[in-house]
Design a protein around this ligand. Sequence first.
Ligand code: ATP
Ligand code: MG
Length: 346
Amino acid sequence: MKKIVALPGDGIGPEIMDAGIQVLNQLTPKYGLDYKIERYDFGGCAIDSTGTPLPKTTLKACQEADAILLGAIGGPKWSNAPKRPEQGLLELRKNLGLFANIRPVKISKSLEALSPLKSERIRGVDFIIVRELTGGIYFGEPRELKKERALDTCLYTRSEIQRIMRQAFNIARTRKKKVTSVDKANVLATSKLWREVAEEVAKEFPDVKLEHQLVDSAAMLLIQNPKQFDVIVTENLFGDILSDEASVIPGTLGVLPSASHSEKNSSLYEPIHGSAPDIAGKNSANPLSMIFSISMMLRESFKEYSAAEELEAACERVIEKGYTTKDLGGKTTTTEFVQALIEELK
Ligand code: ATP
Ligand code: MG
């Protein structure tokens, strides 16, 4: 029996988590996947119930899980909390050693038809952003915030860069065999080391082509010609920004999933978007980001490839039938979308 820990979180997190779990429960019986799902408080809701965003019981459950599903956390309610929900997320990533965040940006036929970008530019877009998740400026010490000056530290070690590079090259090996390493090596010391290590690791993968791009030009090319990319590997801050940027290709953050992997612990799957407080409680969130995160879980943690394929194909048909949430220009509510998808899976 596999144990899945669900962390619904805040804002639209619980809405899309419910959606995802209903769909998973409809899909899996015919594949004989035996699992139990346990829900734990995490983020703002955990601050409300326990005073801290990452309670010990939640962390322990995550350490013992076979896979972790996360909705989204945070919101204006906790912006002045002594410890913010986002700090809980950084702590969870650090504690589980989730150093590799995998963010696929693939545009299916049905989403292509809905994208605001010109379709020749995006037809067949299929790349993966591999974002380093436990280093860089989000974690570097010292940091300081005073009235007249503030300080952050961007720090990367050689071994941190090596392991994320290897992850990217291994993924590229299963795809078009091209890695684009994104840095700011003309200015930053961490980026100079990043580029040097990329070259070094590339020698272990002679079948994979490596190119370098500066982050500013990568940001432009991502919109101008996204089809040139296969695997993009980049540091924490650049990856955060580029993956939000990439969401304009499918037209919304609401369809983009992610997986985070560690060396020893189980993986965590979550939408790339935040808790979307502006639409929380309105039954209008797009649950596809969660549903696609679940399909990544089925593939990457449970090796249930056919189940994942069936799920994705069913989503495609439901969108083609015209069920789309507001962010994709439609009027379907979250619960209506889930109902339509469950019918499709029957
Ligand atoms: P964070 O700082 O946590 O990354 P953010 O500032 O990037 O958050 P999000 O919460 O990701 O903000 O939301 C950005 C915009 O995208 C909001 O207008 C939100 O309503 C919209 N959005 C995010 N997720 C969804 C979704 N699943 N369905 C529909 N709209 C969404
Ligand atoms: Mg964001």
